[in-house]
Design a binder for this molecule. Sequence first.
Ligand SMILES: Cc1ncc(COP(=O)(O)O)c(C=O)c1O
Length: 434
Amino acid sequence: MAAGIDRILQRGFDDYREFVNPYVSRRTELTGEPARVPHVQAGRIVDSTGHVFEDFHGTQSFGHRHPAITEAVREFLESDSPAWFPARVNPYAGSLARRLCERSGYSNVFFANSGSEAVEASLKLARALSRRPRVLSLERAYHGCTFGSCSLMSPGPFRDPFGPHLPGVESIPFADSDALAKALAPGDVAAVVVEPLQLEGGVRALPAPYIAALCELTARHGTLLVADEIQTGLCRVGRFLASDGWPRRPDCVVVGKHLGGGLLPISAMLTRRELFDRAYGKDFESAESHNSTFSGSALPCVAAHAVLDLLTDTLEARVQQVGERLRTELQRALAGLSLFGEVRGEGLIVGIQLKPSQHPWLSFEHFGMQEMAERPSIGPLLCHRLYRRGFFCFVCGHDWSVLRVLPRFNIELETVHAFVKAIGEELAFLCNLD
Ligand SMILES: Cc1ncc(COP(=O)(O)O)c(C=O)c1O
């Protein structure tokens, strides 16, 4: 390993605690999360004691440091191509946009560096198009941490500390067509922003009748329909976009996460050329009025090209098959356990709903965390036990009673079986205490 990297790894974990965020470091100590991770091995992470973990966060959809993506980046670094284009006419962004459009059916792309920024771009597109004041999002949504995107969230820790929020933004009940119709009726809504399947909201897919109403009502009222596919896009649910096949293609879709192959930050807002022209095509100044310095710069685009090469039809089929298999095996292994609720999700997004425990030992209060007494405790306890079995799992940000499991697309079936066995045993252990 290069000496520079060695030096960083020796001190960097402690430096993080001191100079970045001490609370994150403390949280990982409290929960036992694998936090000091200096290596990867065959797509998995290896901590400083040599323990290997399967990462179910979902951001590294091809596993950590996929060789084809690493190789594409290396090849670029060995070339003499500019990495950044001062006139902004950037062939890497151009060719990536073409491929994204050919694959998705859209015709215009804006690149950004994070999911939140891509959501932000969709809000600005909606405002620039219509000048309407209101924007709707769904209860328990997660859209990011920039001002506009965090304004779209329901009241809670991601939103409350930062008011006053973007004016005109309203959260409406999840999957309630009547509430949607009522909110759209005045004709002053610029955009409705939805996740086809809410991940942080508890792995909740929008039901088909609601999607039909959403497509019809937004078209009728001239409201921009935005699908936030930061989690569901790019084959995560077994097709390129979760919104593929909706009765009407959303006017705008945002993708991110593994677009940069887990190596480089990049996100994209896809829309129709006609909408871009209407919003930004007035004159040369307006055409550049929404931009970002590193938007679509060469290196992340190179990684994204390598990602698109990997997102084949065969891979989509595998994601569907392995996802179904995982849900079926989980259902079989967990059925009958008193703390098990249900398994849900689509493709390689799996949600495991857990029931609350009545036993005081299994509460946050019992562990001296009074401030969290009202929070569901079984999900975090189960995660803790799974870390020790080599599986890095999480609970949903807005609903701690649901475990979210997003395996890498190339996960081996033996690893799937091992995870099902481990979670079955660990939940049974907690049920015995219940
Ligand atoms: C649905 C959704 N939208 C937006 C975001 C924000 O993306 P980022 O954290 O890259 O800004 C996230 C992040 O997890 C997300 O899950």
